[in-house]
Design a protein around this ligand. Structure first.
Ligand code: ZN
Length: 167
């Protein structure tokens, strides 16, 4: 295959080691009934931060922990197919998706990389807690989720590791 290159070899080698003891032989149900929507940020460990393990929760990740159409679809599927009954939306402090406007995001990329991202839409939102409240409300009031699952919003502090409930 001509497209095969070596850039991923270290990860594939690690996978070969991982597969020797990878979790297997159980279903895709969220066995603690938990679904977490959180950010793509590499500082976050969504399962560990609430004391859960593989097999116990559904994890959805978007930039900024924003509720997106796919995240909403995952929640509806989680509630009705995978036994989810508690949904946590968890943005975090020092989030790149919450610290600048669209224009500022384009500017900082231009300044630091020289790349002009033009009219690309990043979907950032500096009103982090306002966005969280709106997203929680949208999920709570959704007719396919609200009656079936508890929904809450929390802020994760990347310095302390603590969650604080916001809504
Ligand atoms: Zn983030």
């Amino acid at each position: 295959m001509s497209h095969v290159t070596k850039e991923f070899d270290d990860l594939l080698a690690a996978n070969r080691r991982y597969a020797k003891s990878a979790p297997r032989g159980f279903d895709g149900i969220a066995h603690e009934g938990v679904l977490i929507l959180t950010c793509m940020d590499s500082r976050l460990e969504p399962l560990e931060m609430v004391g859960l393990r593989v097999g116990e929760a559904k994890i959805l990740r978007t930039p900024g922990s924003h509720l997106t159409p796919d995240a909403l679809a995952g929640m509806v599927m989680g509630v009705h197919r995978l036994e989810v009954n508690r949904i946590l939306i968890i943005p975090h402090t020092k989030c790149a998706a919450a610290s600048r406007t669209e224009a500022q995001t384009r500017d900082v990329i231009l300044e630091t990389t020289g790349i002009d991202t033009g009219d690309f839409h990043f979907g950032v939102d500096p009103d982090q807690l306002g966005r969280l409240a709106a997203d929680v409300e949208a999920v709570r009031s959704h007719p396919l989720i609200g009656p079936y699952a508890k929904v809450a919003g929390f802020l994760y502090d990347v310095e302390t590791g603590l969650l604080e409930r916001q809504v």
